[in-house]
Write a protein that binds this ligand. Structure first.
Ligand code: ZN
Ligand code: FE
Length: 255
């Protein structure tokens, strides 16, 4: 089974997650092939598989180069639109890599093809750009309702599930979350904690489902205070939870 997970930083704020069993690894969303290559070389590891969450280039840019060198199994969303994918996945697909089982969720919203990988074996969720700590992905292709349903799939997972997102957006997300829900104590404490981590350039991830359910406004659209603030922002009354999500997503886009 996978026994070790580590992040390779890439570009300005991406993380390429490396899942390791002995000297074999799987990488998630290898946007930058050089970053992966130098990591593998330094640690003398071999690449067995690639997991892709969606079609954006900062997540897929390394597939072809890594394919050439390692010929790994390459999993990703169905549709044939991402070059180099060898096994297309959809809702409830189950895959086994490095003796570890993953179930696939379709999570449209940020993009329409977005999928996430959840493993009960290792209590871990790889959610790409759908869920961030304290936030969620921008709605480039999907609707607020799609994003709402996608996030719901995550918030129902066991609370101890570790959340591996693909970007270091946490601190900015938490600044916004505090605007939306200023009296949330858990959020205030988490903000302080992440602020300290980021001051010394340390990673803020993984998060957990338990923590996200307590602090992430995009998972908390039924909370009265968040609903009221969304209504103030849109100057509309009686917003339902999906409309609250739409409102705070737009608010965040302009924050
Ligand atoms: Zn993206
Ligand atoms: Fe991204």
């Amino acid at each position: 089974m996978i026994s070790y997970i580590e992040a390779i930083p890439a570009f300005s704020d991406n993380y390429i997650w490396v899942l390791r069993k002995n000297d074999s690894v799987v990488v998630v969303d290898p946007g930058d092939p050089e970053a992966v290559e130098s990591y593998l070389e330094k640690k003398n590891l071999k690449l067995e598989a690639i997991l892709i969450t969606h079609h954006h280039y900062d997540h897929t840019g390394g597939i072809m180069k890594l394919n050439e060198k390692w010929n790994p199994e390459v999993y990703g969303p169905k549709g044939g639109h991402i070059q180099g994918i060898k096994r297309e996945l959809s809702e409830k697909s189950i895959i086994k890599i490095l003796d570890t089982e993953f179930v696939i969720f379709e999570t449209p919203g940020h993009t329409l093809d977005h999928i996430a990988y959840y493993s009960k074996d290792i209590n871990s969720l790889f959610c790409g750009d759908t869920l961030f700590s304290g936030g969620c992905g921008r709605l480039f292709e999907g609707t607020p309702l799609q994003m709402f349903n996608s996030l719901n799939k995550f918030s129902c997972l066991p609370s101890e599930t570790k959340v591996f997102c693909t970007h270091e957006y946490t601190l900015n997300n938490l600044k916004f979350a505090l605007e939306v829900e200023p009296d949330n104590l858990v959020l205030k404490n988490y903000y302080k904690e992440v602020n300290t981590l980021r001051e010394s350039n340390k990673i803020s991830l993984p998060s957990s489902i338990d923590l996200e359910n307590k602090i992430n406004p995009f998972l908390r659209t039924s909370v009265d205070r968040i609903k009221e603030n969304a209504e103030n922002y849109t100057k509309q009354a009686n917003l339902d939870p999906v409309e609250v999500l739409a409102a705070i997503r737009e608010w965040k886009d302009n924050f």
